[in-house]
Design a protein around this ligand. Sequence first.
Ligand SMILES: NC(=O)c1ccc[n+]([C@@H]2O[C@H](COP(=O)([O-])OP(=O)(O)OC[C@H]3O[C@@H](n4cnc5c(N)ncnc54)[C@H](OP(=O)(O)O)[C@@H]3O)[C@@H](O)[C@H]2O)c1
Length: 237
Amino acid sequence: MKIEGSVALVTGANRGLGKALVSALLEAGAAKVYAAARDESKVAGGSRVVPLALDTTKPEQIAAAAKKANDITLLINNAGLLTSYNVLTMSPAELDADFRTNVYGTLSVIKSFLPALERAPGGATIVNVLSLTSLASFPPLAGYSASKAAAYSITQALRAELKAKQIDVLAVLPGPIDTDMVKALEMPKTSPADTARALVAGIVRGEEEIFPDPMAQQMGALWNKSHKEYERAFASI
Ligand SMILES: NC(=O)c1ccc[n+]([C@@H]2O[C@H](COP(=O)([O-])OP(=O)(O)OC[C@H]3O[C@@H](n4cnc5c(N)ncnc54)[C@H](OP(=O)(O)O)[C@@H]3O)[C@@H](O)[C@H]2O)c1
């Protein structure tokens, strides 16, 4: 899709990748970006930026946001949570928290914004920010991986359901990004700004699976070659 002239909404836009995505979209010529956050006062302003209160687990806030931002042509579901780790030691409450934001929250936001996206002249795009862990479990982050795998499955289902409505549904599968989420993990990471620019370039190309950083591209090539080798590679990191 063309970013120039588009009206985008980014969830979790107050920090990390979401904040970088707002900048990358403005850089690419978006006419307006709704920067949605749990605390919208933390969103960096600008003449083309509209801060929006949105906790993706709160139905009443989702409904209010969908009413306000009823002109979007591009929805980027970026808000995400990493609370559940090892599969044997995580608690049900930790796993539940990740599913509530990463799976149910994402789906609720998409469903509420569908009327606006269906009205978008010339079609619309939904982008779900997932993870390389959507494609195979990264055992140290097993609960989070399960939530991102579920979100990937839902992304595939939505892609099929919304095709006839001229709504493209894209999955973003990043490797480690240098944000608060993984600050405890010691491994090479890509900057949020570089990841955001590559992600936007993937949207422009209409890639159904966007691998926006060097590790993601390498792992994406391995996944295309052999799902089993991909699983083993992740298990041995
Ligand atoms: N960092 C990585 O290595 C990495 C790798 C692959 C994929 N990802 C994915 O990239 C996306 C962005 O993550 P990040 O690295 O930028 O993480 P981050 O720095 O921890 O930021 C997470 C963002 O999501 C927001 N958020 C969390 N739960 C929310 C909810 N229920 N409603 C609304 N907003 C919520 C946070 O808001 P608050 O400030 O209010 O908490 C924050 O703005 C996530 O989907 C993540 O899973 C990250």
